[in-house]
Design a binder for this molecule. Structure first.
Ligand code: APR
Length: 326
């Protein structure tokens, strides 16, 4: 019998998308696995530690007969294997331990992210960069400076995760399906984030009509501390399932050109009165990346909260600029 001779890796015959995930740790591996589960793209997993990306990629490939996904995996310590990626997800860096804030990671992770982005851009000059490493607002700024990419192609993941946490807490408080809960969070990815209670709904009904203000305030607080709550429990690292799922929701919107409206860390050029910084705002995510920023009319209180958040982002960015890694 003669079977067809084409190889699945022949990209001219099978123009499957290519996603590279840099950092094969908790978040990176979760992203790779979920990307495969959804058959979004072939996945290249890169890490600085020899054997780790290779081992995890092989392990995920060996799960494919059971899970039923047709995706090629490649684990590597060499950036040339990331060449011509459509989307590169940066998770490389160190994670938080109890007692540390995201900002404590800054100097170590700036160096790592700058080095990673330089390599990525050399091999995939047309890719979209999706940055996950913390402190997010500073790392995505580093990625933009180092890559020189237009703002459409440098995006940070934070708002989808923070919003998912807020949605989970609302669904739990009201004992309703998570599917019907909609909410989003603006601002930086830190204690000063701005959960937008005014826009939180259950099947279109404002949550403020369903929960008393004190309960809503508790939810806002727990959302802002959501990452720290997990760090306290895990003790050896930070969250990765919800962050991984948040990244893959954004990746899907980009790879399938879905034009979803999702809160992303986007480089603002005058929107919300902010110029030259990344902030969490609602964006349209599609094939071109961050296709537009949606500007909401904020109340005086919301605008003041956003200003406070911007102050902490500015402080982080000043620290990055002082490190001179570009
Ligand atoms: N190049 C490539 N990979 C690197 C580099 C580098 N220069 N430096 C570190 N790494 C890898 C590590 O070897 C490790 O496998 O990054 C991975 C990080 O994985 P974890 O330590 O498990 O951290 P994780 O929980 O995945 O978090 C990664 O995402 O959510 C953020 O705050 C979190 O900044 C942290 C990042």
């Amino acid at each position: 019998m003669r079977f067809c001779r084409t190889r699945r890796s022949d990209s001219t015959l099978f123009p499957r998308k290519k996603v590279s995930v840099i950092g094969a740790g908790h978040v990176g591996a979760t992203v790779a696995f979920l990307t495969a589960q959804k058959e979004l793209a072939d996945v290249v997993l890169v890490d600085v530690v020899p054997g780790v990306p290779q081992g995890k990629a092989l392990d995920m490939y060996e799960a494919s007969p059971i899970q039923g996904y047709d995706v090629a995996f490649h684990g590597s310590n060499d950036y040339k294997d990331t060449a011509n990626s459509d989307l590169v997800i940066v998770t490389a860096g160190v994670a938080r331990k109890p007692g540390m804030s995201r900002d404590d990671l800054l100097s170590t992770n700036v160096k790592i992210v700058a080095e990673v982005v330089r390599e990525v851009v050399r091999h995939s000059p047309d890719c979209i960069l999706l940055v996950v490493t913390n402190p997010l607002d500073a790392m995505v700024y580093t990625a933009k400076q180092v890559s020189g990419f237009p703002r459409e192609r440098v995006i940070g993941m934070a708002g989808v995760l923070d919003s998912a946490r807020m949605r989970s807490f609302i669904a739990e408080a009201l004992d309703v399906s998570i599917e019907d809960v909609s909410a989003f969070v603006l601002g930086g990815h830190g204690d000063t984030m701005v959960p937008m209670v005014r826009y939180a709904t259950v099947a279109g009904i404002p949550v403020s009509d369903m929960l008393p203000p004190e309960r809503l305030q508790e939810i806002v607080q727990r959302t802002a501390q959501g990452g720290a709550e997990i760090v306290q429990l895990l003790k050896t690292g930070s969250a990765f399932y919800a962050p991984g799922a948040a990244v893959v929701e954004m990746a899907e919107a980009i790879l399938k050109d879905k034009k979803r409206i999702l809160p992303c860390a986007a480089y603002l050029e005058g929107e919300y009165g902010v110029d030259g910084y990344f902030m969490g705002v609602p964006c349209k995510l599609g094939g071109a990346g961050m296709e537009c920023v949606i500007e909401l009319d904020l109340t005086t209180e919301e605008q003041a909260a956003l200003e406070r958040s911007l102050d902490s982002v500015r402080r982080l960015v000043r620290q990055v600029d002082a490190l001179e890694h570009f």
